[in-house]
Design a protein around this ligand. Structure first.
Ligand SMILES: [Zn+2]
Length: 171
């Protein structure tokens, strides 16, 4: 777990009838527009966003993570909240909106890890455009293999110097 200023986003096709409709494609860096590779129409770009509710307290007791992004409505369909019950109710809250998470299991892992990281009390989390992340979780391993391969290549070039490796075996 750590913090990053790298911007991650997904591009979505909004063309009804296109095979890639509402499918996310991992984009590296800041790309203002997304053109669907299949239908060539302009789609929608969604960034992952992290921010504290207040900028005056490092006492975090809650992480609220919005996930299950639905591109046609530009909304998140689910919210996962993790709270440290041992801390005071008046604590600070960290908010996350991420198009990179689809399941509650992953949402739970990210939110819990983020809360653990926040409770270390590192002031740098108040800097602009901070993302708390665990790099392996921004990949969606449920996508078809050629897409995952592309995502891995993009991620590897974004992270520069990192080694990403995944084994794929046909069953
Ligand atoms: Zn399309």
């Amino acid at each position: 777990m750590g913090i990053s200023k790298a911007m991650y986003s997904q591009g979505y096709c909004l063309t009804k009838g296109c095979k890639d409709y509402n499918q996310g494609t991992f984009l590296s860096g800041i790309e203002p527009t997304y053109i669907c590779h299949r239908c060539n129409e302009v789609g929608r770009v969604k960034f992952e966003k992290h921010w504290p509710t207040r900028y005056d307290s490092l006492e975090f007791n809650q992480v609220r993570l919005e996930f299950a992004y639905w591109a046609p409505d530009d909304t998140f369909k689910n919210l996962f909240v993790v709270t440290d019950e041992n801390r005071d109710k008046a604590c600070n809250v960290w908010n996350i909106q991420t198009p990179n998470v689809k399941t509650e299991k992953i949402a739970n892992k990210i939110a819990t890890d983020a809360l653990g990281f926040l409770q270390r009390g590192d002031r740098s989390i108040f800097e602009p455009n901070i993302i708390i992340r665990n790099s392996e979780i921004i990949l969606d391993f449920d996508v078809p293999w050629p897409r995952l391969r592309e995502d891995l290549d993009r991620l590897a070039s974004t992270l520069g110097g990192s080694r990403l490796c995944v084994e794929h075996k046909k069953t």
